[in-house]
Write a protein that binds this ligand. Structure first.
Ligand code: SAM
Length: 215
């Protein structure tokens, strides 16, 4: 998701009390839980877009601490505006490219990672940028606690099949795989829709989901 440049958005992000200053990200590695009012589990969403999913998760699970990560300021600004209208103590944002995620969180610091409707990067030469790629799985392996999991949802079947192939001999296994999440009553329990999920499921597209953990 790339919104047109919003004048002043970088400044508004820099001034926001809900966005962690970029210059302090690496200093916070290993200390993220201390920055929240309650020292609960730490769940992160990478590529959160406008932040609907993580904002609702923070509302539904006040005992869990959430961090939403988004690359583009103009998109992140939408999530910040949601927080200004309805603040949550257990939610913070980071503006960064997730390629450096293993420098921002310490080993085993994160309890769960959400990837929702990640960009497909259809060209082969860009495959390493896909958030469920082996390259990103290796980064998640560094920051996720040993029994932590990664949850990935998408309506893009080509990307999903590729993501499942990435698991082979990777040190990860699928605990859950579905090719039609919304048709599965059990898996839908507690499901929070993202902006893209609402749009694409509304068009009739089946939603694929996996939950993976280490072998
Ligand atoms: N998760 C939201 C949803 O399901 O509605 C947004 C999905 S949108 C297709 C993907 C988002 O991921 C975009 O906002 C994009 O900027 C962000 N993104 C893609 N690659 C990223 C990266 N390497 N680091 C941080 N954000 C990234």
């Amino acid at each position: 998701m790339r919104l047109k440049n919003v004048p002043g958005c970088r400044e508004r992000i820099a001034d926001s009390e809900y966005v962690v200053p970029e210059e302090s990200l690496q200093d916070l590695a290993g200390k993220w839980k201390e920055g929240f009012a309650d020292p609960g589990e730490l769940h992160i969403e990478i590529g959160m877009g406008k932040g609907r999913f993580i904002h609702e998760m923070a509302l539904l699970h006040p005992d869990i601490n959430y961090i939403g990560i988004e690359k583009y300021s103009a998109v992140l600004l939408r999530a910040v505006e949601k927080m200004e209208a309805d603040p949550k103590d257990n939610l913070k944002f980071i503006r960064m490219d997730a390629e450096i995620i293993d420098t921002v969180f310490a080993s085993g610091e994160v309890d769960r990672i959400y990837l929702n409707f990640s960009d497909p990067w259809p060209k082969d030469r860009h495959a390493k940028r896909r958030l469920p790629s082996r390259e990103f799985l290796a980064r998640y392996d560094k920051i996720l606690k040993s029994d932590g999991c990664v949850e990935f949802k998408t309506d893009n079947r080509v990307l999903f099949d590729w993501a499942v192939e990435q698991l082979e001999d990777s040190g990860w296994k699928a605990d859950v795989i579905t090719y039609d999440l919304h048709a599965d009553e059990n898996l839908m329990k507690g499901n929070v829709m993202t902006e893209y999920e609402e749009k694409f499921s509304g068009m009739g597209n089946p939603i694929c989901k996996y939950v993976i953990s280490r072998v």
